[in-house]
Design a protein around this ligand. Structure first.
Ligand code: GLY
Length: 564
């Protein structure tokens, strides 16, 4: 069953290729009209369908976003949030923040209070108390309102059809199976197609009529049908019944925000990415600046010296993130301009010794922490007018809060705030005053959708899930590209991750050879090998302006890319 289903999907995508191939570059096919890369083949098909109907890359992004909500429910979302980086035909880069916000009644010690009162619960991770006010519907609508070309309702049609009926991939069948009992425990019931969870299998037909109806309303009436009126009241009631403090007013007052992009010159390239409340822009600026000071490009990638410099830079990036970064409204602009100045970043680099490891405690008091699982998703779209779109979106954990309502899962983004003094969040990040829970504020994120430019022209859109590993992963891909590596090789390369705390170097299996690992251990490194870091989706643009859609085929998941 699994085999024949996957074959059908591949044949369908193969046919798309066959009728649209323009040229072949290495193993990859390039296209001149448009391209889509996303975490699920059916979402890629949705984006291509819209491009072929005369839509532009923004229309395709709307189609992909809501298709992911229908078929990739671990991270695709209606009730999540994210960030968009867009290159527009006149050469401008726009960035839209549709990150979730804390409800107005949230306060800094709310999770300490909830934990004391209900010691056996995980209030920032599960259920209504973990839910931030979602930004995706408003965000995608704002993008479309400014830059879309097809009618909004048309862009949601593929997602509605997929919600009505699609077949499970083996990966998604396994994800539903893994999380079904938690979903049932937290929501109190299961979506109807999961009622007989022992029969979940690859190729199974999934019918989500509630989700299809919700998407139909959003398609017909836009974000007002979500943030205002009956549905907003129902969401607030439902969340309050489950222990949340959300009100209809919280939904009514949600606004996405156009922000000034973070533009980072790096070895002849320009990286365009998100400013706060993403820590990605400032983190990448720190990484890129320090690596230029250290002449990292002269050091063999994934050698002991490279891994040491990488880990030392990462410690400094994350210690700064922890100390200074949060919602932009609470962050002192003078401090921000000081810590992002070239002089300051050179000083950060000059504190790195080529031979000695700095213990994390040098930057503050360590606390016990570990990196756990994390899920988010990235997609990119491109068209021949010059629109290039790079979007990372999330529910935070797998299926977010695991609270199911009208066919959608609410996010558990509140855990991205620093919720408990003295304790770490699911990514192992310790408590930070800069990122403490405040009413109506956005929680700090690591999502780093990026567009890479060379000589003023965009040459790639890239992004990956992976919580705190996103920033380190994106940096490694861009650093390898700046050495002349093809993007697909940089994506395939096994990666490293480190952050200030826990004080360890995380190694994706195979990134470092055993001799290198031994040398690093002698320097005092705690090494932890893990199976997978992130999963990239990207579009590369060739010098003759053709698109090479790229999906990460080396790591687990349904990542897919195609064009026409
Ligand atoms: N929820 C993961 C992130 O925003 O970085």
């Amino acid at each position: 069953m699994r085999h024949s289903f996957m074959r059908l999907l591949h044949i369908a995508l193969g046919l798309i290729h066959l009728f649209s191939i323009e040229e072949t570059t290495g193993q990859h096919v390039s296209f001149h009209r448009g391209a889509v890369s996303a975490a699920h083949p059916l979402a890629v098909e949705a984006g291509l369908e819209i491009l072929k109907s005369g839509g532009n890359a923004i229309d395709a992004a709307v189609a992909v976003h809501f298709a992911l909500a229908s078929v990739y429910q671990i991270a695709g979302n209606v009730a999540g949030g994210g960030f968009a980086v867009v290159h527009v035909p006149d050469g401008r880069i726009l960035t839209l923040d549709f990150r979730e916000t804390a409800p107005a009644a949230a306060y800094d010690s709310m999770y300490a209070y909830l934990m004391a009162r209900y010691p056996d619960t995980k209030p920032s991770l599960e259920g209504a108390t973990s839910v931030g006010i979602p930004g995706s519907v408003a965000g995608l609508f704002a993008l479309h309102d400014s830059l879309g070309s097809l009618p909004w309702h048309r862009c949601l049609q593929p997602a509605i059809q997929l919600a009505d009926s699609h077949r499970l991939t083996p990966y998604m069948a396994s994800q539903w199976l893994r999380h079904t009992s938690d979903i049932k425990r937290i929501s109190g019931f299961l979506p109807s197609f999961l009622l007989h969870d022992d029969s979940l299998y690859p190729g199974q037909l999934v019918r989500q009529s509630e989700l299809a109806n919700l998407l139909r309303r959003i398609a017909a009436f836009g974000p007002d049908s979500f943030y205002h009126g009956t549905f907003a009241l129902q969401m607030a009631d439902f969340l309050q019944t489950h222990g949340g403090v959300h009100t209809a007013e919280d939904f009514a007052s949600y606004q996405p925000v156009w922000r000034k992009p973070e533009l980072i010159p790096y070895r002849g390239y320009l990286i365009a990415t998100m400013p706060l409340p993403s820590a990605g822009g400032i983190g990448l600026r720190h990484f890129c600046g320090m690596s230029e000071s250290l002449n990292l490009h002269r050091i063999k990638p994934y050698s002991p010296r490279y891994a040491h410099y990488f880990a030392e830079m990462a410690k400094r990036v994350y210690a700064h993130r922890h100390k200074y970064l949060g919602d932009p409204r609470d962050t002192d602009p003078d401090i921000l301009s000081r810590i992002t100045s070239d002089t300051y970043i050179r000083q950060m680099a000059s504190s790195i010794s080529p031979t000695f490891r700095t213990p994390s405690a040098a930057f503050g008091t360590p606390s016990p922490a570990s990196i756990e699982s994390f899920e988010t998703t990235h997609y990119c779209t491109a068209d021949s007018t010059g629109l290039l779109v790079s979007i990372t979106t999330t529910l935070n954990g797998y299926f977010g809060s695991k609270l199911y309502f009208h066919g959608m899962f609410f996010n558990n983004e509140m855990d991205d705030f620093s919720t408990l003094p003295g304790q770490s969040n699911q990514f192992g990040l310790p408590f930070s005053t800069a990122n403490k829970v405040r009413p109506n504020r956005r929680m700090l994120s690591s999502m780093t959708p990026a567009i890479l430019l060379h000589r003023g022209l965009p040459i790639a859109a890239v992004g990956t899930p992976g919580g705190t590993t996103i920033i380190t992963n994106i940096f490694q891909v861009l650093e390898l590209m700046s050495r002349g590596w093809p993007l697909e090789k940089a994506i395939d390369q096994k990666k490293l991750h480190a952050q200030w705390l826990p004080d360890e170097l995380i190694v994706e299996n195979g990134a470092l050879n055993p001799t290198t690992i031994k040398k690093l251990q002698k320097m005092g490194y705690q090494i932890r090998e893990i199976e997978q870091i992130g999963i990239f989706n990207a579009i590369y643009i060739t010098p003759n302006r053709n698109f090479v859609p790229l999906a990460d085929s080396k790591r687990k998941g349904d990542s897919c890319a195609s064009g026409w």
